[in-house]
Design a protein around this ligand. Structure first.
Ligand code: ATP
Ligand code: MG
Length: 625
């Protein structure tokens, strides 16, 4: 079937289309309806159907392929590598499910998981799904304040943690941060289950803290029956990255998520049971939930969990793993590729990458130099895909399992099946024609797998996402873009980042793309700041590849923009910096740059990786004023 026919059917006949996709998972009891959209924008998929995410990810494969590898946990920090078969994964998940049960965790209770990238984190997630508990994984890099606010929001009965993670060869203690977070939070969890890796000292709270190894020993041979839950039962809560402000607690269902992930594994990622998928993200992010844990396992694939940086022991480590485990599908982020790009490509090319079919990249705009560099190094298709924590799986992608359509540079491709995409004028909500700029929106119902609501706050779900485009109940992605005549979308930045220069609206991405074509630019961020004459003016922050040749970089960047986009887009200033403020998932925090450039307070920066970067930039701005 052609992409076009496939997509059209998914929109015009959702019952038929998704009813068929639903056959990809096991239903303990068939659903009554495919879609119930009686109360928009709340979509209920596969209502009345009983299923279970853990059963679909583990049990069915443990029966059919018990000795096949399911999970490989690799740590280049502790130099440990351990593979688990589906049978072994089944046993480990049952043990931790038994620990949950013994501690009174029931269907619907929340379990917060604050862990490094170790196998136990995967067991802990799947064990929640097994008993119908709702997990809330919080990225291990978050400190106590961010963790406390997530504890208060999710109200977990239990928190699963480890005493430490490890990064760059150094132990990063988690337990003291968790203790502090619990002190800060108003809500108090009953129990803390701790995996002691022997990496750092810690203190235990008697009566509250449980040692995982000791508890596991008590339940070595326990089998916990699967809790069959309605397809609409929440499987997890996950907070958005916090790039634009206060994170939103995304609530996901069970049945729709399982079906959508399986459909995406078939039509987008094209992975097959028995193969290996390697996703370099972290379980604290949506990419980790969908494509480290659930997607590959649902599909009967082995998945690799990796603890470490892409550069240790050398910049070839990820590709060494590709060769060793015959990875067929790999998924990473542009920010990681930019890290590798500073190294010799020989680190990659010396490994046997013949098993690898495709590299997927998502999370932020994929710039041309980064895309070309990685493509030239691995000589495999590089597939940009665009989505959000909210949607759980790609909104835009070239769907190679349906039709291998040409890639267009700068575009993550075309709408995925089930997504009824619109490009709208954000003031009038008029649908725009080819090459006009507007806000990227999704006509409801959102397809299976997307968020059900904001955890505990239906009103916030409606007001945040569905009421921002005047006169229309439509989901806003808060991203700004264009669609070309062939239906390919191009992301031009976030709606918050659109710059209005003398009445012309420009996406920051357009200007960044232009500046990054300068040969001495390694990274760039553009923001709009207030300008008395023009309303707003663009300001650029650039990291040069070679800072000894950065003397005239400001003028050169301006010239590049002039010739490519016109003088209207020319940045008022180009500041040469050594680092950009980023979230812990590697996204540039433009709102903070903008605040600093306008001399304002940057506000909440707790989701930021390195808080000193902003201070450095402030100094650079002040010195060059
Ligand atoms: P918050 O919503 O809390 O501000 P966030 O939007 O960064 O944080 P995520 O859900 O992790 O949280 O990121 C989704 C966003 O990342 C998208 O809305 C888009 O702006 C950006 N993005 C993701 N993939 C791509 C891509 N392939 N190309 C361009 N932008 C992308
Ligand atoms: Mg967002």
């Amino acid at each position: 079937m052609s992409y076009k026919a496939h997509h059209e059917r998914s929109i015009s006949d959702p019952d038929g289309f998704w009813g068929e996709q639903a056959k990809l998972i096991h239903w303990e009891k068939p659903f009554d309806t495919v879609l119930n959209y009686d109360n928009p924008p709340f979509a209920k998929w596969f209502e009345g159907g009983l299923t279970n995410l853990c059963y679909n990810s583990v049990d069915r494969h443990a029966k059919e392929r018990p000795n096949q590898i399911a999970l490989v946990a690799v740590s280049t920090e502790t130099n440990k590598e351990k593979a688990y078969t589906f049978q072994e994964l089944y046993e480990e998940v049952n043990r931790i499910a038994a620990i949950y049960k013994a501690n009174g965790i029931q269907k619907g209770d929340r379990v917060l998981i604050y862990m490094p990238m170790i196998a136990e984190a995967c067991f802990a997630m799947l064990a929640c799904a097994r008993i119908g508990a709702i997990h809330s994984v919080v990225f291990g890099g978050f400190a106590s304040h961010s963790l406390a606010s997530r504890i208060d929001d999710a109200k977990p009965k239990m928190i699963v943690t480890a005493e430490a993670g490890m990064r760059g060869g150094k132990a990063v203690p988690y337990k003291p941060l968790l203790d502090e977070a619990i002190t800060l939070a108003s809500y108090k969890p009953e129990k803390v289950l701790l995996v002691n890796r022997g990496l750092s000292e810690f203190t235990s709270v008697a009566g509250r803290d449980l040692d995982y190894a000791a508890e596991r020993q008590k339940h070595l041979n326990d089998i916990v029956p699967v809790e069959w839950v309605d397809a609409t039962h929440p499987s997890y809560i996950l907070y958005t990255s916090g790039t634009t402000g206060k994170p939103k607690g995304v609530q996901r269902d069970t049945g729709g998520y399982a079906v959508a992930l399986m459909a995406s594994m078939n039509h987008i990622f094209c992975g097959k049971a028995g193969e290996t998928m390697f996703t370099t993200s972290d379980i604290g992010w949506v990419v980790g939930h969908s494509y480290i844990i659930y997607g590959p396992l649902l599909n009967g694939m082995a998945t690799i969990m990796y603890e470490g940086t892409p550069l240790r022991p050398d910049a070839g480590i990820w590709w060494e793993l590709v060769a060793k485990y015959k990875v067929s599908v790999m998924f990473s982020a542009p920010t990681a590729v930019r890290v590798l790009k500073k190294q010799d490509p020989a680190f990659l090319t010396k490994h046997d990458l013949s098993s690898l079919r495709t590299l997927f990249l998502a999370g932020e705009p994929l710039d041309e130099p980064t895309a070309s560099w990685i493509h030239d190094a691995i000589k495999k298709p590089v597939v940009d895909n665009y989505w959000q924590t909210e949607t759980g799986w790609p909104i835009l992608a070239i769907q190679r399992g349906i039709e291998v359509m040409p890639h267009k540079f700068g575009s993550p491709g075309v709408p995925s099946f089930g997504y009824n995409m619109k490009l709208l004028d954000d003031a009038t909500s008029v649908e725009l024609g080819p090459d006009q700029k507007g806000v990227i929106a999704i006509e409801g119902p959102l397809p299976p797998g997307c968020m059900q609501t904001v955890w505990g706050d239906d009103k916030r779900f409606v007001s945040t996402y569905w009421e921002t485009i005047p006169g229309k109940l439509i989901y806003s992605t808060f991203d700004w873009g264009i669609k070309d005549k062939d239906g390919y979308f191009f992301i031009l930045g976030r709606t918050d980042d659109v710059i209005n220069v003398a009445g012309h609206r420009l996406g920051t991405r357009e200007i960044e793309e232009s500046i990054s074509s300068h040969p001495n630019i390694s990274e760039v961020a553009v923001v709009g700041i207030e300008d008395k004459l023009k309303g707003q003016a663009a300001i650029a922050f650039v990291i040069p590849k070679d800072s000894s040749k950065a003397e005239n970089l400001e003028k050169e960047c301006m010239k590049t923009v002039d010739s490519q986009l016109g003088a209207i887009a020319r940045p008022g200033r180009v500041y040469v910096v050594s680092a950009l403020p980023k979230t812990r998932s590697g996204k540039i925090v433009r709102r903070a740059l903008q605040a600093v450039a306008e001399g304002r307070d940057p506000g909440d920066i707790s989701t930021m990786e390195d808080q000193t970067v902003l201070a450095q930039i402030k100094t650079i701005i002040e010195q060059s004023a």
